[in-house]
Design a protein around this ligand. Sequence first.
Ligand code: CO
Length: 184
Amino acid sequence: MTETPRTKLEFSLSLYPDPVLRRPAVAIDHFDEGLRATVSAMFERMRASSGVGLAAPQVGLGLRILVLNATGRPEDDLALINVTILERSGPLTVFEEGCLSFPEIYAEVKRPERCKVKYCDLEGRQFEREFEGFESRIVQHEYDHLEGVLLVDRMSPADKTRHRAALAELVERFKTRASSKVAR
Ligand code: CO
């Protein structure tokens, strides 16, 4: 495999507690070249950050787009547009989740093993699909982002205590960035 030259990434990550992460995302109504470009830039951002999933609010866009790849193989790239979870089923499982909007913070989250979704592809065609295991975990995590729900909301009280300092530091860093933008 040849190495691709490093190009500047179009999207930077929105980090907690950026308010864009709290706004419910809105549906896409134009399945055009702009959407394809956005999705492709989201995949780039996800890979550059070694993520397995990314939701549009995490790159500052309040749109119902999520991308994921559970294996790292290019053929497993999946973009879900206007996704809705129709059903969650199976036993609750615990898994340690990370989030690109919470660098270096990991927390155990309980979620049902399976989920069934309906979504559109890049051409606007509707599909239904059932996920299980790791993919289902990613879909449910990224879906939370579209509703403004974050890892910090899903943490156990013990994890919240354990990560209190790291969370406070993210808040401080956000305030510093926000005020330096105002000063400029
Ligand atoms: Co996340």
